[in-house]
Design a protein around this ligand. Structure first.
Ligand code: CUA
Length: 340
């Protein structure tokens, strides 16, 4: 019996790991900001548990008492008066305790909000995150244009360094939510705001749009890759480079196909004629783990399927179908996979 129970538990845990439930939870904080929120979660949880136990206790007591009262009947008038007086005190006391409890929760919620927002560190890394239907544009602004990194959906940050995130949206309201890192932040069109976090543990933390923003709201994921400072710097240096020259004849042909079809109407590949900012910057697309805002793994098969018929995978997405000849499709995929 125990063995069966254990294996079932293991299967459940394995499934949770596959679904990354362990990575996508406010109960596994990786930043002090998420730590404050977890603390508030447990504070409210224990209050609610105490209220639950008290309520069940009171109900049981009341149910037991009714039977006793029936076996020792009092004169009707006297019984009613005593019951009324007692009920009055009981309701007053319960209301008082409820108001005080809610007030305490309110105070601690405000304190937690202040703790999450308070920026105490210096020399932050600044990232501009812009919401699009349905992907995240990520830039690391620099006064020199050629020193500005632009990527999509995969946000690299150094650990142990404050990260200031500037937000905006190109279309509707989105909400940036990485539960292991910090609370939800709305991205509002025409309005820029800022928040910050600092990640303590290296790792990949999943995030999700948390404000309904249209048909593909559920397919608007992102990830935060927190890595040691030197690895982050190396990543940044790589991202600053223009696109690599294709090294195979197939990839050369793929670039040709990319630049002579609809691709260049929406995408940028720095170092080529493709310079539109409507869709994600693809200069280093091969360096990312996922495509289409964490919808598909970044593999040759997924890339090919996405290029040919994105509307089937993410109906309503801004990218139009590209019915390429098989050879052309294979060449484009080979080219994109060479863009590290
Ligand atoms: Cu963007 Cu929901």
């Amino acid at each position: 019996m125990n063995v069966v129970g254990n294996s079932a538990l293991h299967m459940l845990l394995a499934q949770a790991a596959v679904l990354h439930l362990d990575r996508h939870s406010i109960l596994h904080p990786a930043a002090p900001q998420a730590g404050h929120i977890e603390w508030l979660y447990w504070f409210i949880f224990w209050i609610l548990l105490a209220v639950f136990v008290l309520m069940i206790g009171a109900f049981s007591r009341a149910a037991g008492k009714t039977r006793v009262a029936v076996s020792h009947p009092l004169p009707v008038m006297e019984k009613d008066e005593i019951a009324d007086r007692r009920a009055g005190w009981g309701v007053g006391l319960a209301t008082g305790i409820t108001v005080i409890t809610l007030f305490v929760v309110l105070v601690f919620s405000v304190i937690t909000g202040k703790r999450v927002e308070g920026l105490t560190s210096k020399d932050p890394v600044t990232i501009q995150i812009t919401g699009h239907q349905w992907w995240w544009e990520v830039t690391y602004p620099n006064p020199q244009a050629d020193q500005t990194v632009t990527t999509a959906n995969e946000i690299h940050v150094p650990v142990g360094t404050p990260v200031v995130v500037l937000t905006s949206s190109k279309d509707v309201i989105h909400s940036f939510w990485a539960p292991n890192i910090t609370g939800k932040r709305d991205l509002l069109p025409g309005y820029s705001s800022a928040f910050w976090f600092e990640i303590e543990k290296p790792g990949i933390y999943h995030g999700q749009c948390a404000e309904f923003c249209g048909l593909q709201h559920a397919h608007m994921g992102f990830s935060i890759v927190a890595e040691p400072v030197d690895e982050f710097k190396a990543w940044e240096q790589q991202q600053l480079k223009i696109a690599a020259e294709p090294s195979t004849s197939e990839a050369v042909r793929g670039r040709e196909v990319f630049l002579t079809h609809a691709c260049l109407m929406c995408h940028t590949i720095r170092g080529t004629d493709a310079g539109s900012r409507l869709g994600p910057d693809l200069t280093h697309v091969a360096s990312r783990n996922m495509i289409a805002a964490e919808t598909l793994p970044n593999t040759a098969g997924a890339l090919a399927g996405w290029i040919v018929d994105p509307q089937r995978i993410k109906p309503g997405t801004a990218m139009s179908p590209n019915p390429l000849a098989p050879d052309d499709l294979q060449a484009v995929v080979a080219y994109l996979q060479s863009l590290h």
